[in-house]
Design a protein around this ligand. Structure first.
Ligand SMILES: Cc1cc2nc3c(=O)[nH]c(=O)nc-3n(C[C@H](O)[C@H](O)[C@H](O)COP(=O)(O)OP(=O)(O)OC[C@H]3O[C@@H](n4cnc5c(N)ncnc54)[C@H](O)[C@@H]3O)c2cc1C
Length: 445
């Protein structure tokens, strides 16, 4: 911990920059704390923000976390609240579909084995159903080709306590709207907009942060500032190379009625995830099937310091996804889910992670300043924690020492070789380019 950081006193004025998953969840937790904090959230757009990572039709909610018991427990705690929120919301924010996780080869990969070990150790072994290739094929006929191609071991995490399935997916845009409303009900103020809500710089007196300045030139005083600017964080605050913005690819299909019937009861799936990075969702009520890839991603370095900055459909209308990404998805799906071969990609997006060097969040006082906390480094897996992450971030803000605040403390980790060398999203000569809308169609690449 930053030894000079001090918890705010009751009644303090707290600025949170960023109205996404981390920012809103923190505003909710701090405004529920009976400390009379005066909280204002700033964002460059109205909430839910079009190009925020948290604004999406679906995100996976899983408790399978390899060797990370802390994340597993945080997921279990979050799912209890996801279920409560479903009771409160007219539109379901959480869908209990269960999840099928499978690996190439006859035995599960190391990461999946670790997940099972910890789930069983925590006393939840009865939620797990291990499946061999024959069982997978029998239960999910559309995966016959995947199994024949070697993806032949897996497990289904079926039922949790209280008779509900403890994994599935959340409608993240609807969840953000719900939390936004809860914050407003708690008296949190919002200043949103591309000038008035857009953070430009910190206001400092020597090392002490005393507020922020927004793009409209206005200064806003505060006792504490929390930067929850997602993948934009390393481009607005010096994160000392511990975090980089990486672009990750998402595609949608709109299957025909016939294919929908064939894919009926499809769970959330992770297809040899540790090696391939691919995962997908059941077809939603609007007939959309989403497939995504968790990968090293793409970089968009800005001129000068080469810091990667999110490039999105808000900043670059008409952007699609890189040519090589379409080829990559098509190649994988041809084997894993050949029924998609005949389908057009109806929508494609590059969505941005704040990738930390070790994949853990960085939620900590910034070492260069007093009164400044950063909540970032989501590394592509924080949305499931929306109900709980704010409580944990508030503990950092209030300088409470526990295993989470320690795990997410400011770090100076040496990156693995090649960490910063990732493919470019586009290049100036257009040798690396995005596909045209017609190339998204099934037969065009
Ligand atoms: C493709 C993809 C798939 C994912 N899948 C999953 C999944 O299946 N399960 C899961 O749990 N997680 C998933 N995630 C991760 C999850 O979406 C993120 O961890 C989470 O959204 C991070 O929240 P955040 O608040 O840090 O960032 P965001 O939600 O992006 O919010 C950051 C906010 O900061 C604002 N901001 C930025 N700069 C400024 C500025 N200068 N001034 C004012 N405001 C600013 C932005 O406008 C934005 O609203 C996925 C992410 C991506 C990209």
């Amino acid at each position: 911990m930053n030894s000079t950081y001090q918890a705010p006193t009751p009644g303090s004025k707290i600025i949170i920059v960023g109205g996404g998953c981390f920012g809103l969840s923190t505003a909710l937790a701090l405004s529920s704390a009976n400390k009379n904090y005066r909280i204002t959230v700033y964002d460059r757009e109205s909430i839910p923000v079009r190009d925020a990572a948290s604004n999406d039709i679906s995100k996976v909610v899983r408790m399978d976390y390899g060797s990370s018991k802390l994340n597993m427990q945080l997921a279990i705690d979050s799912i209890d609240i996801w279920n409560q929120w479903n009771q409160e919301s007219s539109i379901p924010v959480y869908h209990n579909t269960g999840m099928l996780i499978f690996s190439g080869g006859a035995t599960l990969c190391e990461n999946e084995q670790q997940s099972l070990f910890h789930i069983r150790n925590a006393g939840h072994g009865d939620w797990i159903e291990e499946l061999n290739g024959d069982q997978i094929q029998q239960r999910y006929p559309y995966l016959e080709n995947a199994v024949r191609s070697g993806l032949s071991s897996g497990y289904y995490n079926k039922v949790g306590g209280n008779n509900y399935v403890r994994k599935g997916w959340c409608n993240s845009a609807e969840a953000i709207k719900l939390v936004y409303q809860k914050c407003k009900n708690n008296g949190v103020q919002f200043i949103l907009g591309k000038e008035s809500g857009h953070f430009e710089s910190l206001l400092c007196k020597e090392r002490s942060v005393v507020g922020i300045k927004t793009k409209d030139g206005v200064s806003h005083q505060a006792d504490r500032v929390i930067m929850a600017t997602g993948s934009w964080t390393p481009s607005v605050i010096d994160m000392k190379k511990q975090v980089i913005a990486t672009g990750q690819v998402v595609i949608h299909f709109r299957p025909s009625e016939k294919i929908k019937a064939f894919l009926k009861d499809m769970p959330v799936w992770f297809g040899d995830f540790s090696r391939s990075g691919f995962y997908g969702f059941p077809i939603n009520k609007d007939g959309i099937m989403k497939v995504a890839k968790h990968s090293t991603g793409y970089l968009n370095p800005r001129k000068g310091d080469r810091v990667s900055v999110p490039r999105t459909q808000s900043t670059h209308e008409g952007d699609t996804i890189p040519v090589r990404a379409v080829q990559d998805f098509r190649e994988y799906l041809k084997v894993f889910l050949p029924v998609t071969e005949e389908l057009d990609i109806t929508y494609a997006r590059v969505c941005w992670y704040a990738d930390s060097i070790d994949g853990e969040f960085i939620i900590a006082p910034h070492p260069d300043y007093d009164n400044l906390v950063v909540a970032t480094g989501d590394s592509g897996h924080a949305m499931k924690f929306l109900p709980m992450i704010g409580t944990r971030i508030a503990q950092v803000v209030e300088n409470i020492d526990n295993e989470y605040t320690r795990a997410w403390a400011w770090r100076t980790v040496e990156p693995r070789a090649g960490f910063y060398d990732r493919p470019l999203l586009v290049d100036e000569n257009q040798t690396v380019r995005m596909v045209t809308p017609s190339e998204l169609r099934s037969s065009k690449l």
